[in-house]
Design a protein around this ligand. Structure first.
Ligand code: SF4
Length: 135
């Protein structure tokens, strides 16, 4: 396996369940489905332009996960790092699973929200493998 990591950058999404899904997915990937292949970095630190962080992101693959069409993670990464290798929207997994309407609760997130998060995390885990093979 490549020593390179895929950086998972969820949007902040505070106060919106779609943003909570974004963060939940990042934790599922880093702690479970793509453990040892992925890493997290903090979006505000990226926006701030912390040099070491930007350099690390330039040398590795990046996946942005956004919670609404404003695409904060994607747009901030493009501006600060100059690239994004794959981009996912939490709203898409909700549209694909009409029977799993996410509960409005953010803390804790509900069972349907957890199921949606895992479904999209499974898709993203496949993309992680694709991106690592490109290295
Ligand atoms: S993409 Fe949407 S949900 Fe995520 S931080 Fe931006 S405004 Fe909030």
């Amino acid at each position: 396996m490549s020593e390179k990591k895929v950086y998972i950058i969820p949007c902040s999404g505070i106060g919106k369940v779609f943003g909570s899904i974004s963060r939940e997915i990042a934790y599922i990937l880093v702690n479970d489905l793509a453990k040892d292949k992925t890493a997290l970095e903090c979006l505000p630190l990226i926006v701030k332009g912390k040099k070491e962080v930007i350099e690390t992101l330039k040398e590795n693959k990046i996946i942005a996960i956004d919670g609404c069409p404003l695409k904060c993670s994607y747009n901030d990464l493009i501006e600060a790092v100059g690239k994004v290798d794959a981009q996912f929207m939490t709203t898409d997994i909700v549209k694909e699973n009409r029977d799993l309407k996410p509960e409005p609760s953010i803390i804790p997130i509900g069972d349907k929200t957890k199921k949606l998060s895992r479904k999209l995390a499974q898709k993203i885990a496949l993309k992680v493998d694709d991106l690592l093979e490109e290295n």
